[in-house]
Design a protein around this ligand. Sequence first.
Ligand code: HEM
Length: 129
Amino acid sequence: MNVIDPVGLVYKAIGADEPFFRLVEHFYAGVEKDPILRPLYPEDLAPGREHLALFLIQRTGGRQTYSEQRGHPRMRQKHTPFKIGQKERDAWIMNMYAALNAVPEFEPHLETMKDFFDSFATFMINQPG
Ligand code: HEM
């Protein structure tokens, strides 16, 4: 929650949950139409959408509801059921960048959030190719 972790300051600067839910809505609208990502996601996208919003609220310094409901993040472990290679990672990032660009509240935090998603998404890769 300091200069070492600029991501942890974003929630306070934005000051509300709603832009995070709007971000995730945009992201999932992209997932729904994405031929690489859609097959990885379950038929019902609603629970994952809620979990992603709560995770991002928590990770950026907001309420800790994600961990109360879903336990310790352990994100890499939670992604092991999905085959994530470079192609899937890049598709995820493309959709998330588009979502960030669609929500003006994130404009002052674009560099911080894009850096965060870039390295986090690379960390989720669990398959060669
Ligand atoms: C690299 C490409 C990625 C792919 C292909 C991917 C795919 C998925 C899929 C298929 C789910 C399950 C959704 C559901 O059960 O409805 C999921 C869950 C989730 N993903 Fe990702 N993901 C990726 C990267 C990321 C990144 C970078 C983050 C965070 C910055 C993230 C955060 C989450 C969260 C919070 C959940 C919900 C976990 C839970 O069940 O509590 N994912 N992801």
